[in-house]
Design a protein around this ligand. Structure first.
Ligand code: SF4
Length: 285
């Protein structure tokens, strides 16, 4: 069996940076250090971080000492609330997400109607909407767009960093005949795009695909969805222990990739486990 391991999967730049910032904050502080929400969608990493002295709180009310904002960023209101509570703020918002927030808020100033392409409840999108201001339109898919809201208007588009490029193309195609003027900031993250492109290439060559990452991680879920579109035998797992030997029956080639919040070593661990399955099958013959 041939096993293809992604070179672009696993921790992205923003996640690596946030983890480093969190560890540095723990070392630099005598008091409690928290992240506002789990730093990444990976329970194992969250546990490791807690052992290093950085615990997770879900609201500012539960925090004291230092609060770390994670890669998704926070709304201006949350940032102000943290200051008002006297917390020391360490901002680990990914710089690419910051750019998207700045573009969203620039639409307000320039008199454009902001349209945010992204998942309604995702924390990154919630912060983007807060930056875009009241009246911003949010759509997860082009078909959701109510054309009456944009008809004849000056419209500015900003995109959740982990969106797939096909979603943006579909939205632009729907918007452009309807609005008076269309300004599009492609704020999709390069790391996500490259990882998705590579994963699609691997999935086309494979008989089974393994995607590793948190089930509540937006970019992992999207990665698995994209791979499934070209290879129905795509399995999304959170941990290597979930792999099942039966998934690889008759598979000549297996591809392994991972979302941006997955330690890259997990892809190698999955490769080892699949190799073990193959060995056990061969021994049993
Ligand atoms: S996926 Fe891209 S935007 Fe998101 S944290 Fe990673 S580098 Fe930043």
């Amino acid at each position: 069996m041939k096993i293809l391991v992604s070179k672009r999967g696993g921790y992205c730049y923003g996640v690596q940076r946030a983890l480093k910032i969190a560890h540095q904050a723990a070392l630099a502080s005598d008091g409690p250090v928290h992240t506002l929400g789990p730093i990444i969608h990976n329970p194992g990493v969250v546990k490791e971080l807690a052992a290093a002295g950085v615990s997770c709180v879900e609201t500012l009310a539960g925090a004291a000492g230092t609060i770390i904002f994670r890669t998704h960023g926070v709304t201006p209101q949350v940032a102000a609330d943290a200051e008002a509570r006297g917390l020391r703020v360490v901002d680990a918002t990914c710089p690419y997400v910051k750019v998207a927030q700045q573009k969203a808020s620039s639409f307000k100033e320039q008199g454009y109607l902001p349209v945010v392409l992204g998942e309604h409840e995702h924390p990154e999108v919630v912060a983007l909407i807060a930056n875009a201001g009241a009246g911003a339109v949010v759509v997860e898919k082009a078909e959701e767009l109510d054309l009456a809201r944009v008809h004849g208007k000056r419209v500015g588009v900003v995109v959740q960093t982990t969106q797939a490029s096909a979603n943006l193309s579909a939205l632009v195609g729907r918007l452009s005949p309807a609005c008076r003027e269309l300004l599009v900031y492609n704020t999709m993250c390069n790391a996500t795009q490259k990882c998705q492109e590579e994963a699609l290439g691997l999935a086309r060559r494979a008989d089974a695909v393994i995607v590793i990452g948190g089930r509540n991680s937006a970019n992992t879920t999207r990665l698995a969805k994209l791979c499934r579109e070209v290879q129905a035998r795509t399995f999304h797992i959170e941990e290597v222990g979930e792999l099942e030997a039966g998934w690889f029956e008759e598979a000549g080639t297996v591809a392994i990739t991972a979302g941006a919040s997955t330690p890259p070593e997990q892809m190698e661990a999955a490769k080892l486990q699949i190799t073990n399955f193959e060995r056990q099958t061969n021994n049993g013959r």
